[in-house]
Ligand binder design. Sequence first.
Ligand code: HEM
Length: 426
Amino acid sequence: MSLDAAAIDLDAVDLSDRDFWGRPPAERHAVFDALRRERPFAFYAEPEVPLIPAGPGYYAVTRHADVETISSQPALFCSGQGAVSIPDMPPELNEFYGSMISMDDPRHAKIRRIVAKTFTPRMLERLVESVQQIADEVAAEARRKAEAGDGTIDVVADFAAPIPLWVICDMMGIPAEDRQMVLEKSTIILSGGDPDLIADENEILTQFLEAGGMLSDLMNRLAAERAENPRDDLTTALVNSEVDGEKLTHQEIASFFILLCVAGNETTRTAISQGILALHEHPEQRARWAADPSLTPTAVEEIVRWVSPVTWMRRTATQDTDVNGRPVQAGDKLILFYGAANRDPEVFADPHVFDLGRAPNPHVGFGAHGPHFCLGAHLARRELGVAFRTLFDKLPDLEVCGEPERLRNSFVNGLKRLPARLTGVR
Ligand code: HEM
């Protein structure tokens, strides 16, 4: 694919093709630049997903203003017909797809309220110290690994993945011995069928269901324990919660548990690993941030804008209406491409420049203003701040030493591996 936006054949583009997402970001952004400029509401065919019938097609929304307009009007553009998949999901997958992310108010708001308090900045203050302890321990373990081996580590497995995984597992009360399983199964759930993770296309659905089933079993086990001995964790809050005087259904609890496990670790892992890659590619920005801790708040926002870890969410029009003057019909599927909106020159000066001091920075990396705005945004910001300061303090000699392996998945802008050397070792 050409880097020259003018030469891109927008009819031939397939945004649901995993190989598109495995390409270097500059190539993807050339496509998004062309779409935003020439066809901000491009209509595309739905992806072929084994065993799930493809629907009529979807609109790719790439302008920042349109993402904002759609996200802020949930009555016109709902999540309840599917938010995390382009094809409509069959009911047997609802345990995994039917979480609050794919619900509409009033039910969505009531369910979100069950845990929302835990994620407020005031409550998270209590957590900062433990996030720092976790990050310190992860950094020390990474150094031990480099020292015991050839001086190299994998940034993804040895630094970016364990920090958010450990934090969310602690918040949920998931025991240490189950963490690895949570990591593996949530990776499968968000793999989007990357052939490295699931070799056989026809196995995608089975493996996906199996992964969800194992997380659901873990939830059942913890729920039984909490019934005997309630604890101050999110799992206890979930299993004891009531909405309108009624307990949540088993399916609601399971899908909520899975949502927290997955959303709480994959996204932040991507922001850390891709952020480290971005700093490697912009050494002057790395030196600037390493020397100036006061840059952390704007730096974290710029990393989320630059990486856009969650690449899209879906909304469906509930009636014939328009988006900033563009007509849409009831039932139209609108896919909000956050990474494209986050490089919109109408909103961001020099959008393809990585500037850790960028302010204001009204990115939509955590979603745009609306009822589904990321529940974990404050937590993620805290984790990212701690992770990068720990990198500068404890692993200042970390140098990326090879090519990143990109996840071939349209939903998360993830890395599978990123080799790095600790140059201070030996
Ligand atoms: C929703 C991004 C970290 C939990 C979302 C959405 C995005 C997003 C784009 C959808 C917004 C919408 O539909 O309007 C991110 C990014 C993260 C991150 C980029 C890290 C850098 C986290 C963490 C948690 C979390 C650490 C902790 C559990 C959730 C939940 C939702 C959500 C539960 C669904 C909210 C709802 O439907 O009301 N996130 N997220 N996220 N996120 Fe995050």
